[in-house]
Design a protein around this ligand. Structure first.
Ligand code: THU
Length: 131
């Protein structure tokens, strides 16, 4: 049911707080248990304090006690499907296997599906901290 994530991402995007960029983003993820969590970007007058839509969805997932992303969709009103920023790629990789699908979508109906591993090749992970 990939479309229910797109619908949820579009819906939560409406609640984005983006008065500085005027670029609203919505994200919706499904956990391996089937639960759906959403997030929108929340900007701040102190610009670096703003948070991305993906970070919001991940925070909601963790707050509910879930930890494993099965799929995630991000949507914005951009000319081409909006890719997660570098920081969000690392945040997604914390909770998703490399083969998990990340769907990037536009409000006008374009979409592109990639995997977490494609977005973040050579990711730093816990194995790199083994002695
Ligand atoms: N943004 C996201 O929320 N997710 C992305 O994947 C790309 C960028 C937000 C951050 C900021 O509020 C606005 O888009 C412009 O960069």
């Amino acid at each position: 049911m990939p479309d229910d994530l797109l619908t949820a991402a579009k819906q939560v995007r409406e609640n984005a707080h983006a008065p500085y960029s005027n670029f609203k983003v919505g994200a919706a993820l499904r956990t391996t248990d089937g639960a759906v969590f959403t997030g929108c970007n929340v900007e701040n007058v102190a610009y670096p304090e703003g948070t991305c839509a993906e970070a919001g969805a991940i925070a909601a997932m963790c707050a509910a006690g879930a930890r494993e992303i099965a799929e995630i969709t991000v949507v914005a009103d951009s000319p081409t499907p909006v890719p997660p920023c570098g920081g969000c790629r690392q945040k997604i990789a914390e909770f998703a296997r490399g083969d998990v699908t990340v769907t990037m979508a536009t409000m006008s109906g374009a979409s592109q599906a990639v995997t977490v591993a494609e977005l973040l090749p050579g990711a730093f992970d816990a194995s790199h901290m083994e002695a």
